[in-house]
Design a protein around this ligand. Structure first.
Ligand SMILES: Cc1cc2nc3c(=O)[nH]c(=O)nc-3n(C[C@H](O)[C@H](O)[C@H](O)COP(=O)(O)OP(=O)(O)OC[C@H]3O[C@@H](n4cnc5c(N)ncnc54)[C@H](O)[C@@H]3O)c2cc1C
Length: 593
């Protein structure tokens, strides 16, 4: 049998669009490594090339059969490179070839100093372009395979409904892949087992309602949150024992609920992973579970329009396939689970003109499609101007965890304007107004604050450096003399032990020295509290707040639950709890008919 060589490299555009926040992919020993494993017909040798943050190229030499084995390895190579994951299912019918490829690749990852476990935690199921649609009719058509859509798909399928799930991008998960917090829940068995004895319905309800959430939606959430968490534990085997120890003083349980970082929310928050990324864990489990439940998933399929009958009832969805052709899905009900609209700058500014300089840290292509499709059939929207902002998003990137900022959450870097002058106290929320007043701002820091996240941004050319202020300024397009003066003044303040311009706390007074680094950043439109108005059964309402037959919505696409503020853990909860509720409600409604 002849040897076959498959060789692929990571496309430059993919490298640019890869985010540092989704998975901690880092390789301590960048370079090229080879490993061999036995396939069906013989040896499969993988030669993989690594930068410090990505698998950039894979070459495979093998003797597998030219049809299945060869095709399988080719597909797997593309999926691994595109998604930077090792969580790749063996291609059916070519399990030995697939297994050998993955075994050898994992060996290469280890040689490169990568974390196989972390790469396996990056979920992806079907990243191939979707071109064939063998099933276009089902009881329920779900639009958007993030946390809400996946949960609804599984619960509805379990309840006996046939489900088609369409997803615009090549991977499932949406922004639900990157949420770090857990799920706010009340009265679950999970919490009882964990000894979260203060997890009361009243507490959760109060936390949500103080920001103006609609009572019927808050009640629906509270009533279903515990059930949803228990369902995840019992049905999908999710281990929620990753609770952190950040419990508020039980004697004063409401004191801190609703603060910017409400430690009180830990009273009712459950986590599926001690390191965070609860929703990533749930997406991964759901992604596998929906296959077993018979859900038909079409990726690379973008819903464009809702189809109604002569009475205005929603009976289907028009969508665009990867090749641009139109495909029509028909169902007894349609669920919109399309997430927020941070990626649609025009829409953000239409509701919030003050955010004209904002960018976003939403990672999925969440462009408000669900809101627009629902409005086109008469749906009411509420709280559209209520958006949660994230104060520090690197220009050209999406999500940089607060802990990834230079010096961490209470940054030790300097926030500068285009004149290389400080314009604010470099606090988390306190800097938002000043940053929004300019096209974008710059953060400058010294070499001791160059953490791993920032190194990844440096590797992508976003973080610039210089041995002197003038050198760095030239990289950033700033005036060198002005930057030198600003740094000198700041360092003198640090020596004197007081911020002479603004109100930096003493422990953040750290000199900017050694090799100098900096990058442009902006304020991110992070979370949309507003959206399509639903009732407590997740049915979409019209302008008079009557039900639009056949149309449902769940997750960030909806409005009315949060009011003017998202409490930590209720964004994730919004997706997974209302997704759970929607799946059950729609299946019951269909069965009732
Ligand atoms: C960086 C970041 C960190 C976060 N951290 C937290 C946190 O710590 N705690 C918290 O509570 N919340 C957090 N959130 C918010 C939370 O992650 C989201 O609100 C939640 O995951 C939304 O879930 P969803 O299912 O509604 O939407 P998503 O998970 O965004 O899924 C929507 C899906 O719909 C798809 N879609 C969109 N339009 C179409 C279309 N026309 N056709 C087909 N598919 C379409 C999208 O591609 C996407 O896959 C964070 C968000 C971000 C961006």
């Amino acid at each position: 049998m002849n040897k076959k060589v498959i060789s692929m490299v990571l496309a430059g555009s993919m490298l640019l669009s890869m985010s540092s926040g989704m998975a901690e992919n880092s390789f301590a020993n960048p370079g090229t490594y080879s490993a061999t494993a036995m396939g069906r017909n013989g040896e499969v040798t993988v030669t993989a090339t690594f930068s410090d943050s990505a698998i950039t190229g894979i070459e495979v030499t093998h003797e597998e059969t030219p049809t299945l084995g060869d095709t399988a390895i080719e597909q797997l190579t593309a999926v691994v490179l595109k998604n930077q994951t090792l969580d790749v299912d063996a291609i059916s019918g070519a399990t030995l070839s697939s297994g050998a490829f993955m075994e050898a690749l994992e060996d290469c990852v280890e040689q490169a100093g990568g974390d196989v476990g972390a790469l396996k935690a990056v979920p992806v199921e079907n990243a191939a372009a979707q071109t064939e649609y063998d099933v276009t009719e089902a009881d329920i058509i779900i639009v958007g395979a993030g946390g809400a859509g996946l949960t609804a798909a599984k619960t509805a399928a379990d309840a006996g409904a046939s489900v088609i799930l369409i997803e615009k991008s090549g991977v499932v998960g949406g922004n639900s892949l990157c949420s770090q917090m857990g799920i706010n829940a009340a009265a679950s068995k999970v919490q009882e087992t964990l000894g979260m004895e203060y997890a009361t319905e009243d507490l959760l309800k109060e936390a949500q309602m103080q920001w103006g959430g609609r009572e019927n939606l808050v009640n629906a959430y509270v009533e279903n949150s515990g059930k949803a968490v228990d369902w995840f534990a019992e049905n999908l085997g999710i281990d929620f024992s990753g609770k952190t120890g950040d419990q508020v003083d039980p004697a004063d349980p409401l004191a801190s609920v609703g603060e910017d970082h409400p430690s009180g929310s830990e009273l009712f928050m459950v986590r599926a992973d001690a390191d965070g990324y609860t929703s990533n864990t749930l997406v991964k489990a759901l992604n596998t579970a929906i296959v077993g439940a018979g859900v038909k998933l079409y990726v690379n399929t973008e819903a464009t329009e809702l189809i109604t009958d002569e009475n205005g009832a929603v009976i289907g969805v028009k969508a665009k396939a990867a090749d641009g052709s139109e495909v029509t899905f028909s169902g007894k009900a349609v669920l919109l689970a399309t997430g927020g609209f941070g990626q649609n700058h025009e829409m953000v500014v239409a509701y919030r003109p003050d955010l004209k300089n904002a960018i976003t840290d939403e990672m999925a292509p969440t462009t408000g499609d669900g809101v627009m499709m629902a409005e086109a059939v008469g749906a009411k929207t509420v709280d559209m101007a209520e958006m949660q902002l994230f104060p520090h998003v690197p220009v050209g990137d999406t999500w940089l965890s607060p802990m990834g900022m230079p010096g961490g959450f209470m940054t030790t870097g300097l926030f500068l304007n285009q004149d290389a002058q400080r314009y604010t106290t470099e606090g988390f929320d306190s800097s938002i107004e000043g940053t929004l007043a300019q096209e974008h701002a710059f953060v400058i820091f010294g070499e001791s604050d160059l953490n791993d996240d920032l190194k990844r941004l440096e590797a992508r050319g976003l973080v610039k450096s210089g041995d002197t202020a003038e050198e760095l300024a030239a990289q950033l397009g700033l005036d060198g003399a002005a930057l030198a003066e600003t740094i000198e003044k700041w360092n003198a303040d640090c020596d004197a032990g007081a911020d002479s311009q603004f109100e930096r706390l003493p422990f953040t007074l750290k000199k900017v020295e050694g090799k100098l680094y900096g990058y442009a950043f902006g304020v991110g439109a992070h979370y949309m509290m507003g959206g399509v108005l639903i009732n407590e059964k997740t049915q979409v309402l019209d302008q008079e707040e009557n039900v639009i037959p056949g149309l449902y919505a769940a997750g960030e696409v909806t409005g009315g639950f949060h009011g003017s503020k998202r409490v930590d853990g209720s964004g994730t909860g919004d997706a997974f709890v209302f997704g759970y509720l929607a799946g059950n409600e729609i299946a019951a409604e269909i069965a009732g008919n």
